[in-house]
Design a protein around this ligand. Structure first.
Ligand code: GSH
Length: 280
């Protein structure tokens, strides 16, 4: 191991310096709003406040899948939250998500409006509301919950651990990169083994567990995240690549991936979505 131990923690940690790295500007050890700012509201039942990160894409893919199924009541306005600029700390956003992270949803078809935060909770809320992409049979439903919550618990090791130290940290340190690469590859192997005899994560049917997991691990193996495909030898996870490619080819996934996107090729960016035609 090349890195030596150079830091002795003080008795009590104090927030007295920027941590450096890509996200230093928005890292803070306290919750709550930093400024007053109302959220905009559109005409559709669902108001989504988000950005096209993996957690954000889960929800826009879900909306596009519901609309593709003909669930016209699933219409939504997708407003852009620029997390790099601190929009998630505006007072209106914090009212919808006290955790100040995208995605956050306000369903104004209920009275009073229903707020939902945490991408997994939003997927479940929409799946139950529209009776779609969630099996009815209790055992099949339990399998879906298991993979959905597996994703919610595992992805922070991939994003906050591997992705952070491999791509965003101010310096590349061997110890955390090794630790989180080990865990990321172990997680990919969990998926690989599960998908070796299943088309989708829970069997023959595509459901919200696939939507959630594709957004993170699918994008990773298709080289859409962290420029780490070669480093992680992602092509060795053949079944994960096959599953991810199949999901990525779905028209609703192609549409959902573009909503609230502000980077990448110009013709893929749809920073805000208020009508199906915004994506056409
Ligand atoms: N567990 C949350 C995680 C959400 C999350 O980490 N969102 C990130 C973008 S992917 C964010 O908003 N970061 C802004 C910040 O940390 O201030 C979920 O799944 O919704």
């Amino acid at each position: 191991m090349a890195d030596s131990l150079t830091y002795t923690p003080p008795k009590v940690w104090k927030w007295d310096a920027e941590s450096g790295g890509t996200w230093a500007k928005i890292n803070r050890p306290i919750a709550g709003a930093t400024h007053e700012k109302e959220l905009p509201r559109g005409k559709h039942p669902h108001q989504l406040y988000s950005l096209a990160t993996p957690n954000g894409v889960k929800v826009t893919v879900m909306f596009e899948e519901l609309l593709a199924l003909g669930k016209t009541d699933a219409e939504y306005d997708a407003w852009l939250i620029k997390i790099g600029d601190g929009d998630q700390f505006g007072s209106g956003f914090v009212e919808v998500n006290p955790n100040s992270k995208i995605p956050a949803l306000l369903d104004q078809s209920t009275s009073p409006p229903t707020r939902v935060f945490e991408s997994g909770a939003i997927l479940l809320y929409l799946a139950e509301k529209f009776d779609a992409f969630l099996p009815h049979d209790p055992s099949a439903r339990a399998e879906c919950f298991s993979w959905l919550f597996w994703q919610m618990g595992s992805a922070p090791y991939l994003g906050g651990g591997f992705g952070h130290f491999y791509k965003y940290a101010p310096e590349r340190f061997e110890y955390p990169i090794n630790r989180f690469t080990m865990e990321t590859k172990r997680q990919l192997d969990v998926l690989e083994r599960n998908l070796s005899d299943r088309q989708y994560l829970c069997g023959d049917d595509y459901n919200i567990a696939d939507i959630a997991t594709y957004a993170w691990y699918g994008n990773l193996v298709l080289n859409n995240a962290y420029e780490a495909a070669e480093f992680l030898d992602v092509t060795s996870y053949e079944n994960v690549v096959r599953w991810a490619s199949e999901i990525q080819a779905r028209p609703a996934v192609q549409r959902g991936r573009r909503v609230n996107k502000t980077s990448g090729p110009e013709d893929e960016r749809v920073p805000e979505r208020h009508d199906a035609s915004d994506l056409d």
